[in-house]
Design a protein around this ligand. Structure first.
Ligand code: SF4
Ligand code: SF4
Length: 230
């Protein structure tokens, strides 16, 4: 049984929500607290963990063998993405975001399963760091008891570009204009990855992995296999 969350299409929600893959969500979760009641399917948890582990291992292997020009293409864009995301996060902080989020107890992280994309994992792989260990029993695999495991500059697009009405109102019109202009620039960078690599895409790393299977997540989509010598 799967239903959508009460606030999935609520005012101000810009998270471009995905389906709830592998979760059984019972009716009646729209209580006063508006919290989903999620009963995990253990097979689905295993599939998620397998897809993630295989994908991250393939990414680490592929990265090691990339030509330097390709590595530079990726690094240059990751640096730009990190700067833009930190800028968005600062605007969110200026809008008293922390206090708002504390009050609502992190409602938007209740829908994060497919938010992490190839780009976010590349921040770790390209810097010789191990990505945080995912928790697929959580509403987002990057959600820890103390909060998000990812730094704002490395967080998914969906997370750093989301502001709800209370935060937006505190930010004010000028900051909102800057915020949305920054979001558009950021989006173009994520799009560049999506158009270039088989394992990229805004629908998330897990779904991309399910799609590419044994294929390389860094296989170029913009080069015909014959031209790439494959
Ligand atoms: S951005 Fe809004 S909905 Fe999300 S956690 Fe903060 S206050 Fe809650
Ligand atoms: S990646 Fe972090 S901010 Fe985004 S939904 Fe998951 S825990 Fe929340």
């Amino acid at each position: 049984m799967i239903t959508t969350l009460c606030r999935a299409t609520g005012t101000g929600n810009r998270t471009r929500l995905m389906g709830f893959f592998g979760h059984f969500i019972s009716h009646g979760f729209c209580s006063s607290a508006e919290r989903p009641v999620i009963v995990h399917n253990t097979d689905a948890l295993r599939v998620d963990a397998h897809l993630w582990n295989v994908g991250v291992t393939a990414l680490q292997r592929e990265w090691a063998s990339l030509p330097i020009e390709e590595k530079n293409w990726i690094r240059k864009r990751l640096e730009a993405i990190e700067i833009l995301q930190q800028r968005l996060h600062q605007l969110f902080l200026n809008g008293n975001g922390v206090a708002h989020c504390r009050r609502c107890a992190g409602e938007c992280c209740a829908r994060g399963k497919y938010h992490v994309t190839l780009v976010n994992l590349l921040f770790f792989v390209t810097r010789d760091r191990t990505p945080p260990s995912p928790d697929f029993s959580s509403t987002c695999p990057m959600l820890a008891p103390e909060g998000c495991r990812l730094a704002p500059g490395e967080r998914p697009f969906n997370c750093v570009t989301f502001v709800c009405d209370p935060v937006e109102e505190t930010m004010g019109p000028a900051a909102c204009t800057t915020f949305y202009a920054t979001e558009r620039t950021l989006r173009r960078l994520y799009d560049e990855f999506e158009q270039r690599y088989a394992g990229a895409g805004m629908r998330g790393f897990l779904l991309a992995q399910a799609r590419v299977g044994d294929d390389s997540p860094l296989r170029r989509l913009d080069i015909h296999p014959a031209a790439a010598g494959i």
